[in-house]
Write a protein that binds this ligand. Structure first.
Ligand code: GDP
Length: 305
């Protein structure tokens, strides 16, 4: 755990360096808050979340009668932790009365979707769950092959098909998952851009068909977002959520981003919507074990270390 936390800190140092630099002075004044505002904006926290976060911080500084910038830094860590805590929730494999737990996974090209499914599979297998993967990207042979490599590496079954209807593959996979007594079926979908609305319709169809195969499914609709893309990741969350009603997120590549503030922006957006939108996992590297449950306190601490 120490190892990965270190990696998260090292990664978020790009985000945090400008933040922590703000606290090196000796006075708590308007200049400090201004520098902090700039640093938060640079970290892709977004204008609205930045304003609210700074208001919250000022209240805390006043209540604690802080006199030293280092105290302000600690109070900022508390504020960020409290803001991010609603995002923290374990991804549970619910016991379904009949048939497998089904997770549908979406994301734009390059977000780290396939890698994340590989890591999730490893994580599940590690905890004794049996998994079946569905390669519902029937267009790109490379995508299927890549998923096949992860299936092989994890020793799990895969249902895939060359060409044809992605929804049909998802249907077959859920049916096969039930017949073979698997605990979890993970449905990989084709990467896309949020502007490719015809492909969004395809995702909706996959979801509908999965529901036909298993009345309570999909049990999770997960979006994989690249932490490096900052505010753009928030735009993706909004677009995919409008099409699919997401149940959770996985944020990848936090091992080297200057835009870690986007998590605060996502937390604020979810709160505004009156929604729960957990960040189930964060990706902090390219290896199988580089997927960790999101922890608000650890994240805030790493950000400001
Ligand atoms: P997809 O197009 O969304 O399926 O993306 P891939 O799974 O193919 O990943 C794109 C690239 O991002 C690959 O080079 C992955 O190794 C890399 N990647 C995925 N997750 C992480 C992560 O958490 N950290 C780092 N550093 N790289 C990652």
């Amino acid at each position: 755990r120490q190892g990965w936390l270190g990696r998260l800190s090292a990664g978020l140092r790009k985000t945090g360096s400008s933040l922590t630099a703000v606290f090196t002075g000796t006075r708590i004044d308007d200049a400090l808050y201004e520098e902090l505002e700039t640093a938060l904006l640079m970290a892709d926290t977004g204008a609205q979340a930045t304003t609210l976060l700074l208001d919250d911080l000022r209240r805390r500084v006043k209540a604690e009668r802080a006199t030293d910038p280092q105290q302000v830094r600690a109070l900022l860590a508390d504020a960020i932790t409290d803001w991010l805590r609603p995002l923290q929730k374990p991804l549970a494999v619910g016991a379904q009365p009949d048939g497998p737990t089904v997770w549908m996974v979406a994301g734009v090209n390059g977000a780290g979707k396939t890698t994340t499914i590989g890591k999730l599979t490893w994580h599940l297998a590690h905890h004794g769950a049996t998994v079946l993967l569905a390669a519902a990207d029937t267009f790109r042979a490379a995508a299927r092959e890549q998923l096949g490599v992860w299936a092989q590496r994890n020793g799990v079954d895969i249902v895939s098909q060359d060409g044809g209807d992605p929804a049909a593959v998802a249907f077959d996979a859920v049916t096969a998952g039930r017949a073979r007594g698997k605990d979890v079926v993970i449905v990989d979908t084709a990467g896309r851009l949020p502007t490719q609305l015809h492909l969004m319709e395809e995702l909706r169809k996959i979801k509908r068909v999965v529901q036909k195969a298993e009345a309570t499914a999909p049990h999770e609709v997960l979006l994989v977002i690249d932490g490096n893309t900052g505010q753009n990741a928030l735009a993706q969350v909004k677009a995919f959520d409008a099409a699919l009603q997401l149940t959770g997120l996985i944020v990848t590549k936090l091992d080297g981003t200057a835009k870690g503030g986007v998590l605060a922006a996502i937390a604020m957006w979810a709160r505004e919507q009156g929604r729960e939108l957990p960040v189930y996992f964060i990706g902090i590297g390219e290896k199988l074990e580089d997927l960790q449950p999101f922890d608000a306190r650890e994240f805030a601490t790493a950000l400001l270390s």
